[in-house]
Ligand binder design. Structure first.
Ligand code: DOR
Ligand code: ZN
Length: 359
């Protein structure tokens, strides 16, 4: 038996309010516990998006009633909420500010770079900013972080050019950190360019950033030391939606993160220390998260089995890793002294999870 600290997933989508047929605070945090994740940071692209006090109150009320693991909630950067200095105390109640600078699921997207600047200037200096920024917009947001001399965390990097740019920025002392998702480490686009009829025809492969090439995946693995965190971008959509017209982008992932990483450890591609650094210690530092006691995950490192959505807790009912052979099973999770998960069963009630931004 291997004992790990509880994992932190700094990037999940829980769909409540507004789209609870995909996921809610109960099902999403149950999936987290089953995956050995004891704290999640939830993204703001819900319906409505979380951009002000009333929507933050709304989502935190659901979370308080239903979350089974610990959590914090991001605020979204929009066109109308740049005056953060006027919203006394609001930023401190959030996990951080999420800026959507490239297209993805939901309505939050900032095209106007003067709005990026305003958010960078007005969001309190000590609090995290996370950017969904791909390729050239990533270069632009890193420049902005340098100009305003404040840290920025880049969500879900996927390309060779991105990891190399972040490496170069870090070497020059720019305060940039980044995360990578399991699907960008373990899956490639079926077509070399990431475009084409084969890709568009299969909604189950739709995800933003898109799956990339083997050369991109190899570059991520070769530069693991540049990558600060593992994050799942757990983005549940139902199978009917993924297989239907205009499939929404996104993969569930919070329940498959640790088995996939442990399998990479068994194959000698990763170490347990990497997992602890990138899924516990670095997220704590980057997002100013409390170091809590009596939180651990027990793993049967030798258990070999097949990943199956039917055994999982997410409401979306599928996984892009269906049928994958993995090695390493989460057997027990202890959260703040209580047995929260054991042998496939969730043992804490909805509402046991704590908002880590609440005093
Ligand atoms: O594929 C994605 N799905 N990428 C994102 O950035 C958002 C997410 C979602 O919310 O479904
Ligand atoms: Zn996301």
């Amino acid at each position: 038996m291997l004992k790990l600290p509880g994992l932190i997933d700094p990037h999940v989508h829980l769909r409540e309010p507004g789209q609870t047929h995909k996921e809610d605070w109960d099902s999403g945090t149950s999936a987290a516990l089953a995956g050995g994740v004891t704290m999640v940071l939830a993204m703001p692209n819900t319906k409505p998006p979380i951009c002000d006090e009333s929507t933050l109150d709304l989502v935190l009320a659901s979370a308080k009633a239903k979350a089974r693991c610990d959590y914090a909630q991001f605020l979204g950067a929009g066109p109308d909420n740049v005056d953060w200095d006027k919203y006394a105390g609001l930023p401190h109640r959030a996990a951080g500010l999420k800026m959507y600078l490239d297209s993805t699921f939901g309505e939050l997207r900032l095209d106007d770079m003067t709005l990026w600047q305003s958010h960078f200037q007005n969001w309190p200096k000590g609090l995290p900013i996370v950017a969904h920024s791909e390729s050239r917009s990533m270069a632009a947001v890193i420049l902005m972080a340098a100009i305003y001399d404040r840290p920025v965390h880049i969500a879900h990097i996927s390309l060779k050019e991105e990891v190399l740019l972040i490496k170069a920025a870090k070497e020059r002392g720019i305060k940039v950190t980044c995360e990578v998702c399991p699907h960008h480490l373990f899956l490639t686009s079926p077509l070399p360019s990431g475009e084409g009829p084969g890709v568009r025809a299969n909604g189950r492969l739709e995800v933003r950033p898109r799956l990339a090439t083997q050369a991109d995946v190899d570059a991520l693995w070769a530069n693991l030391d540049v990558i600060d965190c593992f994050a799942t971008d757990h983005a549940p959509h139902t199978l009917a939606e993924k297989d239907g017209e205009n499939p929404p982008p996104g993969f569930p992932g919070v329940e498959t993160l640790l088995p996939l990483l442990l399998t990479a450890v068994a194959e000698g591609r990763l170490t347990i220390n990497h997992i602890i650094q990138k899924s516990v210690i670095n997220p704590q530092k980057i997002f100013n998260l409390p170091v809590q006691s009596e939180i651990w995950v027990e793993v049967d490192e030798k258990a070999a089995y097949e990943l199956r959505a039917a055994d999982m807790h997410s409401r979306c009912g599928w996984t892009p890793f269906e049928g994958w052979q993995v090695k390493g099973r989460v057997t027990r999770v202890v959260l703040r002294g209580r047995e929260a998960f054991k042998d496939g069963k969730i043992l804490v009630e909805p509402g046991y999870g704590k908002n880590v931004r609440e005093k």
